[in-house]
Design a protein around this ligand. Sequence first.
Ligand code: UDP
Length: 250
Amino acid sequence: MADAEKRETAAGATGLRWHKVLLKVSGEALMGSRGFGIDPAVLDRIASEVAEGVRLGARIGLVVGGGNFVRGAKIAADGGDRVAGDHMGMLATVMNCLAMKAALVHRGVPCVVLSALVVPAICETFTQRAAVEHMDAGRVVLFAGGTGNPFFTTDSAAALRAAELGCDALMKGTNVDGIYSADPRNDPAAVRYETLTHQEVLARDLAVMDAAAIALARDNGIPVIVFSIKEPGEFVDVLRGAGRATVVTG
Ligand code: UDP
């Protein structure tokens, strides 16, 4: 059976291969072609794709990064304080989640922001119980503030939330269409993988997510699907088990 046919079979009656997913969108993806901040057109396109996933029946959690504003490691490399920089990075994720929430609300998608950093004036505080209740009630849950701790990334937050919510898959929307043996932007000989195991990603030190995130996904049996969020329609294709992606399984 051809790959496409196999995927179609796996999709079943709802048309979805993956039913409860944690989508990680990097801050950089929201930036579009700008050097900083949020491109409203990109934000709205991603929101429309999440809306389409919801319409198809998927339950979706969303972790948004903050690299379009600030990263603690960069602040430290420039001589600043790492922990303060990480706090700033986590606040950037709160800003991105507020923007994404507004874009989803604009499209009529029920959603809520839960933040691991306590900012009660603007969003609810994350608890696993609240996240499960909101998701069970059919809301898209936007997880802000990363893990709430410095020295972590939003990739780790995404793996953590995927495990806490019992998601079928962790989907990482990046700027490239999967995992490569080397950076395809610098190395024309770079090979793209269709499938890998978590262990292979770790052993080959493939730069797709930080090792803590991959190890957490591995230990909890969560497949990681890496695809290009820049490609319109790709998120929904990947939800259906089609599309162009690298699938990492145990
Ligand atoms: N951050 C943190 N703890 C977390 C998640 C994020 O300290 O649990 C900080 C860290 O400085 C990080 C920044 O927030 O660089 C933005 O997150 P990330 O770099 O993961 O964003 P992305 O690359 O996905 O845009």
